[in-house]
Write a protein that binds this ligand. Structure first.
Ligand code: ADP
Ligand code: 5GP
Length: 211
């Protein structure tokens, strides 16, 4: 039985990576699709784990060869999701998270709306989001300004998503996310760990004593 394909998006700095990390530490049978990007690695990021860090030339070649389910330019860099990578996990019955922006989410929905579901994470306020983005300490002031401006635009797509979660506290947001993942597994007749449900045997019950 194939796994579920789960799109997850959030304005930059909302805390999506943090919540996903928490979810992954508590949940069996899920993985990320590792995207390709032309962005430079941040401190602590590993090639092949956080992203496949790719030159613009290679990225263009992959687009031409139709190797991406979706791709987009986000905050001045290119990002794309490889079809091969996603199908490999889904075929093994594993749920796959696509951590992609609103443009990518639109493309995936357009192609395979019935084969995926989508979740949008929002910050409790814009002030808190800016604080988180600055507090993360990974981006220059110029990048932060660009990400904040894009965040307002991305919110316009929030209603296109199946589910919305406010990241007020990491624990609360991660447990709501986990509840959604498990509920969608039950819809597909899988258990909380993601394995196919073992239904009771169809052997008829023994005849009842008539006395
Ligand atoms: P995103 O992946 O959405 O860009 P991150 O997960 O990198 O965001 O989080 C941005 C910053 O906000 C990080 O420093 C993280 O520790 C912090 N953060 C995430 N969630 C919360 C929360 N609920 N409350 C306070 N800080 C948070
Ligand atoms: P970051 O540079 O902070 O890792 O990611 C910036 C944005 O790019 C985030 O909103 C993230 O969801 C998005 N992103 C990451 N990978 C992909 C991808 O493969 N496709 C698209 N469309 N967006 C992506």
């Amino acid at each position: 039985m194939r796994g579920n394909l789960i799109i997850i998006s959030a304005p930059s700095g909302t805390g999506k990576t943090t919540i996903l990390k928490e979810l992954f530490s508590q949940t069996e049978g899920i993985t990320f699709s590792v995207s390709h990007t032309t962005r430079a690695p941040r401190a602590g990021e590993t090639d092949g784990v956080d992203y496949h860090f790719t030159s613009k030339d290679v990225f263009k070649k992959m687009c031409t060869a139709d190797e991406f389910i979706e791709w987009a330019e986000v905050h001045g860099n290119f990002y794309g999701t490889s079809k091969k990578e996603v199908n490999k996990h889904l075929d093994q019955g594993v749920d796959v998270f696509l951590d992609i922006d609103v443009q990518g989410a639109r493309q995936v929905r357009k192609k395979i709306e019935k084969e995926c579901f989508s979740i949008f994470i929002v910050p409790p306020s814009w002030e808190e989001q800016e604080k988180r983005l600055r507090g993360r300490g990974t981006d220059s002031d110029e990048t932060i300004k660009l990400r904040l401006a894009n965040a307002r635009k991305e919110m316009a797509d929030a209603d296109l998503y199946d589910f919305m979660i406010i990241n007020d506290t990491v624990n609360r947001a991660a447990s709501v996310l986990r509840a959604i993942v498990i509920a969608e597994r039950c819809r597909n007749r899988r258990d909380a760990e993601g394995k196919p449900l073992l239904l009771p045997s169809s052997t008829p019950l023994p005849p009842q004593n008539k006395e």
